[in-house]
Write a protein that binds this ligand. Structure first.
Ligand SMILES: [Zn+2]
Length: 272
């Protein structure tokens, strides 16, 4: 019995030790300044960033540096340059910008493919049946791996008002997955008292998509998880339009993400 207690206490101690060690290490990396060339890339390519106040731009830069210090962006049969990394990091930070302490707990790598791929992760050609531009999969115990097609990654930021951004889409799936269930109800974003209401909105809107009565991208009609990712892309790319067309959805998303995208100060909503 005594030995068991000692083992238990030792395990708790080790757990606490490693947690704190990890935190300290992360904090140090956060202090790395962003190279000037990277700031220019953000300014040139990320519309969301362009709209931020000078103070929030500095905050965004810090968060990008922090993300890239902890998540590897790796090219598979393609080169990865600084702009690719910046765009991946921007896609990660935009949905969680109002939550400074958040990070994607299980993500270690983002793989960049030179083109679209199929579900066997083979590159597609003109005869392929599937053209997947992004996916989040598990890479073993509690690890996530994201794959993004490079042209789709760039397209998402180059065309900033088509309600599509594959990086944001895949990071929204990761947020959804933080509660171990990819079901369109991300528990870290949505208070459980609103979950039923949110599910109700999802059901109604998926029905409208199936009946061709919605301006929400049809892929959102696949299932609740895809609906959440697709409506999130819409929210971050065309918030004003979403507010006009779907005021209730907009209000709930604003509450979930605690921000009003593409607006200058005040950008981040005060905590309730
Ligand atoms: Zn998806």
């Amino acid at each position: 019995m005594k030995i068991l207690s000692i083992i238990f206490i030792l395990s708790v101690f080790l757990l606490i030790f490693f947690r704190f060690r990890k935190k300290r290490e992360l904090k140090k990396r956060e202090e790395l300044p962003m190279p000037e060339a990277w700031k220019e890339m953000l300014e040139k390519h990320v519309r969301y960033y362009q709209k931020l106040s000078p103070e929030l731009k500095v905050e965004f830069q810090k968060r990008v540096m922090f993300f890239l210090a902890n998540v590897k962006v790796i090219g598979v049969k393609t080169e990865v340059d600084d702009l690719d990394k910046i765009l991946v990091a921007a896609g990660a930070i935009i949905p969680i910008f109002a939550f400074p302490k958040w990070q994607y707990s299980y993500l270690e790598e983002v793989l960049i493919y030179p083109k679209t791929f199929d579900r066997d992760r083979q590159f597609t050609n003109k005869d392929s049946k599937e053209f997947i531009s992004g996916v989040v999969g598990t890479g073993g115990h509690l690890r996530s791996v994201m794959i993004l097609s490079k042209p789709a990654l760039h397209h998402g930021f180059d065309i900033a008002n088509d309600k599509q951004n594959v990086a944001i889409h895949e990071f929204l799936h990761l947020l959804d997955r933080e509660d171990y269930e990819v079901n369109g109800v991300p528990e870290i974003l949505i208070h459980h008292k609103y979950s039923a209401l949110w599910m109700e909105y999802i059901r109604k809107n998926i029905k409208m998509i199936h009946e061709n009565k919605s301006d929400i991208r049809s892929y959102g009609g696949t299932n609740p998880a895809e609906f959440f990712a697709v409506i999130g892309e819409y929210f971050f790319e065309q918030p004003q339009k979403l507010k006009r067309e779907h005021p209730k959805l907009y209000a709930l998303l604003k509450d979930m993400f605690k921000q009003i995208p593409l607006k200058e100060n005040p950008r981040i909503l005060p905590k309730k």
